[in-house]
Design a protein around this ligand. Structure first.
Ligand code: KG4
Ligand code: ZN
Length: 334
């Protein structure tokens, strides 16, 4: 008999559900919340309300597309954190309700670990140990992945996440939220050498991205004084310069991490791993240095429940279940 796990992701502004059957992710349903676009960022109160509206339709669709019934589900998994409390609570509460109603076990998943475990959904799968650079809207982490559920953070941001730096830079230029994909789009047509922003000097393997936001703000303020059309006339080059500066900071620490650990298997994870410039930079660095690289499919870069399902599968096999006393943890660590 097959084992089916239903997984739910609701940590930020995507309501997502996925079914994993016998270790194979069979679908990945996502409802994106467009409502935040006009506010220039995710509004937590609105996010939790929209999760509440979307969760039943999204789960229903995942069950339907997996060709099973809700009574066939053997366990329910959910993102416990990190994320927005109100958003996480919708997923946790739904999981508790289903667990009680169907008398099935619950599995808690750490969202950041799940981003990394997205590499095990499809081939090629990395061998252990590997280094993962996890880059999202809330986190920037260098992780040594020793096993499916054994990971160690060796570097992280001291302030903003790199996705946040992309989004804030875009906001300064008047672009809608989330600005990361738009900077990527305009950067493709621009000259990355024309404008550059100095990297933060942070020792070791940690990062800092709050300084670059201020540098961009002052740079644009000065240029706009001279020419009010500066952004419109140079958007592609400005985006290319910002993107390149952020990528340089990521790549510098990644090189350092490889040198320090001696691990030459390198993976990307998280929303910013969808960035075409970062993907290209890693690929070319790997060719030069003889690294083996793993870059997730676009579908599994940004928030999704397929990655939660994959993580849940390993926890199911390890008998790692939680009881009804579990609660959401916005600052969950691993
Ligand atoms: O992992 P994710 O979907 O959500 C979090 O867990 O935070 O990451 C979202 C972040 C946003 O900051 C978004 O702007 C960024 O990923 N992002 C990108 C691209 N696609 C998504 N940043 C740069 N280039 C992209 N193509
Ligand atoms: Zn994420």
């Amino acid at each position: 008999m097959s084992i089916h796990i239903l997984a739910i992701e609701s940590s930020c502004d995507e309501t997502a559900a996925s079914v994993i059957s016998d270790g194979k992710v069979v679908n990945n349903i996502i409802a994106t919340q467009d409502i935040h676009e006009k506010y220039g960022g995710v509004v937590p109160e609105l996010a939790s309300r929209v999760h509440q509206q979307n969760i039943v339709p999204v789960v229903t669709e995942a069950i339907k597309q997996a060709n099973i019934k809700i009574s066939d589900v053997n366990a329910v998994a959910f993102t416990r954190g990190p994320g927005l409390l109100g958003s996480l609570l919708v997923g946790v509460s739904f999981a508790k309700g289903l667990s009680l109603a169907r008398n099935i076990p619950m599995i808690e998943v750490n969202h950041m670990q799940a981003h990394i475990l997205a590499h095990f959904i499809d081939d090629p799968k990395p061998e252990f140990p590997f280094i993962c650079l996890t880059v999202s809207g809330g986190h920037t982490q260098l992780v040594v992945v020793k096993d499916y559920l054994d990971m160690e953070i060796i570097g992280q941001t001291k302030d903003d996440a790199v996705g946040e730096a992309f989004d804030k830079a875009a906001k300064i230029m008047g672009l809608p939220y989330p600005g990361g994909p738009l900077i990527d789009k305009y950067a493709k047509e621009g000259d990355p050498e024309k404008y550059s922003f100095p990297p933060a000097e942070i020792p070791g393997l940690d990062f800092s991205f709050s300084g670059i936001k201020t540098a961009i703000l002052y740079f644009l303020r000065d240029e706009l004084k001279k020419n009010p059309e500066f952004i419109n006339e140079n958007l592609n080059d400005i985006c290319a310069g910002i993107q390149q500066s952020l990528i340089n900071m990521l790549m510098e620490k990644l090189r350092k991490a490889v040198k320090q650990t001696g691990i030459k298997r390198v993976a990307l994870a998280g929303g910013v791993s969808a960035n075409s410039g970062l993907r290209a930079a890693l690929t070319s660095e790997a060719e030069n240095k003889g690294w083996e690289t793993f870059i997730p499919a676009f579908e599994y870069c940004t928030d999704n429940a397929g990655m939660i399902a994959m993580a849940a599968w390993y926890k199911y096999q390890a008998n790692e279940f939680v009881d009804l006393s579990v609660s959401a943890e916005p600052r969950l660590k691993f």
